[in-house]
Design a protein around this ligand. Structure first.
Ligand code: EPZ
Length: 431
C-alpha cells in the first residue's frame, strides 16, 4: 500500500492569508458508500451519480465485484451496479477489513439473500468500534448468528421478521444497515434511538422512491414497513455534497483565505460548524449552495469550546480540522470528543509543530492560541486527522511532509489538485 512512500509536500505561509478563488465540494463518502451497499437490494440494478473518485469507493466496488455483482463505470462519476441471482454472500475478508462501511453491506445482503458472512470490519482506528448494535438488532429481526474463526455467519432462512429495536447507542452505520435490512422484512420494524445524520435521510428518500416504505428518517424513530422487492425503475441515485469535506475547506479558508468560496455544498447540513466559526469571528457569507469566507491581516479569531455530538451537533469528523483553527484563535479553547474514545491522539503531532495543547484525559484537551506552527514531517493517522495535518502544514512556517497519504485518499478526491487551484502550496511526491 505504501511501499513507495507517497507523501504530500506542503509549503506553509506562516499564517499569511493567500488563498483565493472557489473550490467545489464533491459527493459525500459517507453517503455514497451506503448507496453502493443499497444496490444489492435492487433486482433491476442501480445507477449512482456524482460518485467521488476516492479509495473507499474503489474498495466497496471491488468488494461488490468479488461477490459477483456487475459494476461498471459508465462516464465521469457515474457507476451502475447489478447484483443478480447469483451472489456470493461471504464478504471477502481482506477487502472488508479495510473500511468500516463494509459492514453496511450485510443488511442488504441478508435482506435479499437471507444469509451473509463477514469479518469484523476495519476502518479508521478511532477506538474499539464494536458492532454489538448491529448484531443485537439482527437477533431481534430473527437472524441466527454464529461467530467462529473471527467471522460472523448470519442466517435467516425464512427471511427477516419486523421487530421493535431500541438502539443502545445512536449509530450512523447501524441505523443505515438495519433500516435497509428491514425494507424487505416481513411486517413492521421500528428503530428507536436512531441516528439522524443527513446521509440517512438521503438514503431513505432514495429507497422510498424505489418502493420501500420508510417513515421518520432524520428523527430518532424510524418506521419501516417491509415490502416484497425493490426496483429502482431506472431512477438514479445522485450523491449529496460531502458536508465534512465542505466544512474542512471552510476551516482552511477561515485560517488562510483572502477570499474563498466553497461551492456545491449544502450549508443547511453544516449549521453547527458555521455557528461555531461565526462565533470565533470568521467572516462568512452563507448562500443556498455555497459559503464564502473572507479575511485579511486584521482578522482575529477568538477561542471557543467545542463538544462533538451526534447530528445536528458538532460532527466528530470535523473535530480535527477545527483543532487547527483553535491553535490560531486568541485565548483558551476546550475540545471534548464524545463519540469516539480514541480520536484525539493526533494532537501529539500538533504539539511537535508548536501547538499549545494540553491533554486533560483521552477525550478532552485545552488549546491555547494563537501559536505559530513549524513545518514538520508527519504521518496521516486517519483521513480526517490527515486533512487536519494538511491544514496545519499550510498555516505553519516552512515545509511539511505528510506521509500515509492513502488515509487521505480514502476520503478526498485529488486533494492536491483542488487545494492548489485556490493557491495552497501542495505537491504529491514519491520519496
Ligand atoms: C460513521 O461511523 C461514519 N462512518 C464515521 O465517519 C463517523 O465518524 C461516525 O459515523 C460518527 O458520525 C461511516 O459512515 C462509514 P457510529 P460509524 O456507529 O457508523 C459506538 C469518517 O472519518 N458503537 O455512529 O462506525 C461507536 O464505538 C468516519 O468518515 C457501538 O458501541 O459510527 C461510537 O462510539 C470515521 N456499537 C458510537 O457508537 C456499535 O455496534 C457512534 O459510532 C456501533 C457503534
Amino acid at each position: 500500500m505504501e511501499s513507495k512512500r507517497e507523501v504530500f509536500v506542503v509549503r506553509g505561509t506562516a499564517g499569511k492569508r493567500t488563498l483565493q478563488g472557489s473550490i467545489p465540494v464533491y459527493g459525500a463518502k459517507n453517503a455514497v458508500l451506503k448507496a453502493f451497499a443499497a444496490s444489492v437490494l435492487f433486482e433491476d440494478g442501480m445507477t449512482l451519480q456524482n460518485v467521488p473518485a476516492i479509495e473507499d469507493v474503489h474498495r466497496i466496488t471491488e468488494l461488490l465485484e468479488k461477490s459477483g455483482a456487475q459494476v461498471s463505470f459508465d462516464k465521469k462519476r457515474t457507476y451502475t451496479v447489478l447484483a443478480g441471482k447469483k451472489f456470493d454472500t461471504n464478504l471477502d475478508t481482506t477487502l472488508a477489513k479495510r473500511f468500516r462501511a463494509s459492514v453496511v453491506l450485510t443488511g442488504p445482503i441478508l435482506a435479499r439473500y437471507k444469509k451473509v458472512s463477514f469479518p469484523h470490519p476495519g476502518g479508521c482506528v478511532l477506538g474499539g468500534r464494536p458492532i454489538d448494535v448491529f448484531l443485537s438488532a439482527y437477533e431481534a429481526l430473527g437472524v441466527k448468528i454464529v461467530h467462529k474463526s473471527d467471522r460472523y455467519f448470519l442466517t435467516a432462512p425464512k427471511g427477516l421478521q419486523g421487530a421493535i429495536i431500541n438502539f443502545r447507542v445512536q449509530s450512523v452505520t447501524g441505523t443505515e444497515t438495519i433500516m435497509m435490512a428491514a425494507t424487505l422484512a416481513k411486517g413492521v420494524t421500528v428503530l428507536k434511538n436512531a441516528a439522524m445524520e443527513p446521509e440517512i435521510v438521503e438514503l431513505a428518500n432514495y429507497l422510498n422512491q424505489s418502493g420501500a416504505k420508510i417513515e421518520g428518517a432524520g428523527t430518532p424513530t424510524i418506521t419501516i414497513t417491509g415490502v416484497k422487492s425493490l426496483r429502482t425503475n431506472n431512477v438514479s441515485y445522485v450523491t449529496m455534497p460531502d458536508r465534512i469535506e465542505a466544512g474542512s475547506f471552510i476551516i482552511l479558508a477561515s485560517l488562510l483565505g483572502k477570499d474563498v468560496t466553497v461551492t456545491h455544498c449544502e450549508p443547511l447540513h453544516m449549521e453547527s460548524l458555521l455557528q461555531h466559526l461565526s462565533m470565533m469571528g470568521v467572516d462568512l457569507t452563507i448562500g443556498k449552495d455555497f459559503v464564502r469566507v473572507r479575511g485579511n491581516a486584521k482578522t482575529k479569531l477568538t477561542s471557543i469550546d467545542v463538544k462533538t455530538h451526534e447530528y445536528p451537533g458538532f460532527p466528530t469528523d470535523i473535530q480535527a480540522p477545527m483543532m487547527i483553527a483553535l491553535t490560531q484563535a486568541a485565548g483558551e479553547s476546550t475540545v471534548f470528543e464524545t463519540i469516539f474514545e480514541d480520536r484525539l491522539r493526533y494532537v501529539e503531532s500538533l504539539k511537535i509543530m508548536g501547538a499549545d495543547v494540553t491533554t486533560m484525559n483521552p477525550l478532552q484537551v485545552i488549546v491555547r492560541g494563537p501559536r505559530s506552527l513549524r513545518g514538520k514531517e508527519l504521518e496521516s493517522p486517519d483521513l480526517r486527522a490527515g486533512l487536519a495535518y494538511l491544514i496545519a502544514a499550510g498555516v505553519a512556517e516552512g515545509e511539511s511532509i505528510i506521509g500515509m497519504v492513502y488515509n487521505i485518499d480514502r476520503g478526498y478526491e485529488k486533494i492536491e489538485d483542488r487545494l492548489s487551484a485556490i493557491g495552497f502550496s501542495i505537491q504529491r511526491k514519491i520519496l
